[in-house]
Write a protein that binds this ligand. Structure first.
Ligand code: SF4
Length: 773
């Protein structure tokens, strides 16, 4: 292996800690008692518990009802981050002051790269436009020992599959399609930046124990059916919410015939049904895939465990393990499916698609076929598409729609280049885009674009198809299908074409495709690709300075929040009294604000701008003590400058919606100390505590009516609660403009750990302190 680039040689950090995990599994079995059967997902999760007894026995009827009840405190093996979400994760990590990450981690620059004119032109222009962000990510990676995959190296999930995923591994990724790694038998979960930081600093990461949905596969795929069709079909069965709170665990004899990358495609799109993650058991296809990606020793170690005694078998479900729900799919009868438009769960078998197109009046022609992306750019996918192109070219056919190919990584691109797959695509008129997200995340300057609002169709082998996702046109119908099916359809130009039954007219008579075979893996091995796209090694270098230009509008270093004072909070003011729903989007809006994700002061300009003023009904209109009218962020900034700390008063389910950590960071940054609400969304309540804000609920909901903007508030008992690790209650002394005072009873859910966060100023401050001890 001496000729291999350095990022391939470091196998130690890429091998799951099998010995340690086996011991933990034994411990778990002891705690749960003899005869207890575990699913594969449970085995991997529970063997990553920080303290199994603590997590498995509390709140679970003595270990009998773990799923859906237990709060698992987990210690993941690894973290992966993409360029957009890595910014705040790293800024928070940096404020801990640790010299390196506690677990191996990687950064992947893929989301901020456009797909317009092809790789040669797009990559340099994307790098120029985002230079300061890439420079920041690279310097932070080098300083803290994070492997850094530069722009052009590939899409996070493909790179993770090729380098980091392994049977039995548990990892977190700051992207929703992180579960892609489950194709190689890992538990891989998509999270926000603050969660990733938990793992980076070796703090336990909390997860409500998911239920387990078993998907039993029998039979074998044939003809045009591909692994993509398994998940397209399943999405139709489950709908976009059907997997919420579940891990999808595949099993059964049908698994044996699937390629490793095909299994990854199924796991990738488990995100579309809301599943926590998806995974496959260790299977025959894993061995050659691990070997071909220079990880033979991991294949050996995993094979040994998988064929060893069941008691220690971390890589297969116990024979009698029970699932909370089971769906069975016969692969031999599975047809290709087309899902969409506008939602990934509208699933139609190809044999019925023509009728539906006619019935619904969907467009009969389509503008573009796009294949590849993190979901479907494997060697198998691309060689199957290549065979389709070759058949068509031999018959003298030319594509009737634009045809784009996105390789998922430099390794796959270089391999397809060497094996002349890419030149086959180009010669046929296809455009090969950068190894990046590109059109999948809307970074696409669509050339054939019809006017905005005009109904039209495209086909992609991606995973998401929400309105406007690819070309910004909400009327574009994005249909999801396998790469080989899309490629065949590109030659017909028709949405109603079924390559299994239909033919295309040529001067030499009708032409019919034969189903492509493709190859799972390149017979000459994977090519390494261009060295400029190799990862930097994960070795910390304290001499590196992290580059953040103080004039930057997109990045700003985080200042640690001040610790809690040695007193009660005596003179807070009500900044705003919110009426009705207040989601994380209300608190920190997305859209154009996303470019400031790495700049807390700038993104804080959107704080609460969606909130309704309970006294006036106005949105984002706040009044200062002297009656001055302004937006909420303006008032908060004015108060921050004066040192006036504040609280927000709100109604039910404050902070519902996504887990967006900015919704807790921003109020804290602007001087917020307390959120007093009728109730909280669970994840947001935890996020507030992590950032040092005290969430309190009314003991008597009607007290909400007593509060008005600019009222003064003092705490009584808060300091005692914090110092005693959460014992006792907090009263608020509410002082009205008239001088009248009233004592308001509140409730809290502060645990001992969380009291520590608040006393220290934030969870990160506490971690930083522990790190220095
Ligand atoms: Fe997400 Fe698309 Fe990029 Fe995959 S290719 S990581 S789905 S943006």
């Amino acid at each position: 292996s001496s000729s291999l680039p350095s990022h391939r040689v470091d196998l130690a950090s890429r091998t799951p800690p099998y010995k340690k995990l086996a011991h933990k599994l034994e411990e778990v079995r002891k705690i749960l008692g003899p005869g207890r059967q575990l699913t594969l997902a449970e085995k991997i999760l529970y063997s990553h518990l920080d303290n199994p007894e603590d997590s498995l026995l509390s709140n679970t009827n003595n270990g009998r009802d773990i799923r859906g009840n237990a709060n698992l405190k987990l210690k993941p093996d690894r973290v992966a981050m993409q360029d957009a979400s890595a910014q705040m994760a790293l800024l928070q990590f940096m404020s801990c002051g640790l010299p390196s990450t506690a677990v191996p981690a990687s950064i992947h620059c893929d989301h901020m790269i456009v797909g317009q004119k092809g790789e040669q032109a797009d990559l340099p222009s994307s790098i120029a436009g985002n230079k300061e962000v890439f420079d920041f990510l690279e310097s932070a990676a080098k300083k803290y020992g994070i492997e850094f995959w530069p722009p052009g190296a590939g899409i996070i999930h493909q790179t993770v599959l090729e380098n980091y995923s392994a049977p039995g591994l548990m990892m977190l990724g700051t992207d929703s399609h992180t579960p892609n790694a489950g194709g190689l038998g890992a538990i891989a979960i998509g999270v926000g930046g603050a969660d990733a930081v938990d793992a980076l600093v070796d703090a336990p990461w909390e997860l409500k124990a998911p239920k387990i949905l078993g998907v039993e596969l029998i039979g074998e795929l044939s003809g045009w059916a591909s692994p993509k069709d398994i998940i397209l079909y399943l999405a139709g069965q489950l709908t976009v919410r059907g997997g919420t709170g579940y891990i999808i665990e595949y099993y059964g004899p049908g698994v044996q015939s699937l390629s490793c990358t095909g299994m990854a495609t199924c796991c990738n799109m488990g995100a579309e049904v809301g599943a926590t993650t998806s995974l496959f058991p260790f299977s025959p296809a894993h061995v050659p895939y691990l070997q071909a990606t220079h990880r033979g020793p991991i294949a050996e170690a995993a094979s040994k465990i998988a064929s060893g005694p069941m008691a220690q078998n971390l890589l297969r479900a116990d024979p009698e393990a029970a699932y909370d729900k089971v769906i069975r799919i016969d692969l031999s009868r599975l047809e290709p499916h087309i899902n969409g438009p506008f939602t990934p769960d509208l699933s139609t078998p190809i044999s019925k698609f023509k009728d539906i197109v006619e019935e619904k009046g969907w467009p009969k022609a389509f503008g573009a076929g796009l294949i590849g992306s993190c979901t479907n750019s494997s060697y198998q996918d691309m060689t199957r598409a290549e065979e389709v192109v070759k058949q068509a070219s031999a018959a003298g056919l030319k594509p009737k729609a634009d045809f784009f190919i996105t390789p998922g990584s430099e390794q796959i691109r270089a391999t397809l280049d060497r094996d002349q797959t890419l030149s086959t695509f180009s010669a046929a008129g296809g455009t090969v885009l950068s190894n990046a997200c590109g059109p999948c995340i809307g970074m696409w300057d669509r050339k054939d674009a019809p006017p905005k609002g005009e109904a039209n169709a495209i086909f992609t082998s991606y995973n998401r198809n929400f309105p406007g996702r690819n070309d910004g046109n909400r009327a574009t119908m994005n249909f999801l299908a396998s790469p080989e099916l899309i490629t065949a359809m590109v030659y017909s130009g028709s949405t109603t074409f079924n390559p299994a039954t239909d033919s295309i007219d040529t001067p030499n008579g009708p032409f019919k495709f034969t189903p492509p075979k493709g190859s799972d893996l390149p017979s000459a091995g994977f090519a390494e690709g261009r060295p400029e796209f190799f990862a930097t090694p994960g070795v910390p270098d304290p001499t590196v300075e992290v580059v953040v230009d103080p004039r930057s509008t997109r990045l700003a270093l985080l200042e640690p929040f001040a610790p809690f004072p040695n007193s009660e909070l005596n003179s807070l003011r009500v900044l705003y009294k919110v009426k009705g729903q207040c989601t994380t989007d209300t608190i920190s809006a997305a859209g154009p604000w996303l470019k400031y994700k790495g700049h807390l002061p700038n993104i804080s300009e959107n704080t609460l701008i969606g909130a309704v003023n309970a006294q006036t009904g106005e949105v984002n209109v706040a009044y200062d003590v002297d009656g001055t009218k302004s937006g909420i962020p303006e008032l908060a900034k004015r108060w921050k400058e004066k040192g006036q700390e504040w609280l927000v008063v709100a109604e039910h389910n404050y902070g519902e919606g996504s887990a967006r950590e900015h919704a807790a960071l921003q109020p804290r940054y602007l001087g917020g100390r307390i959120i007093l609400a009728k109730s909280f969304a669970r994840i947001h309540e935890t996020n507030l505590k992590k950032q040092g804000i005290v969430p309190l609920t009314f003991a008597n909901e009607a007290d909400y009516d007593l509060f008005e903007a600019c009222d003064e508030v003092a705490t009584r008992g808060l300091l005692d609660v914090l110092r005693s690790g959460g014992k006792g209650e907090v009263d608020l002394v509410l002082k009205k403009k008239s001088g009248e005072e009233e004592v308001i009873k509140t409730k809290h859910t502060l645990s001992e750990d969380q009291c520590g966060f608040i006393l220290a100023g934030s969870a990160l401050n506490l971690l930083a302190r522990k790190g220095k001890e």
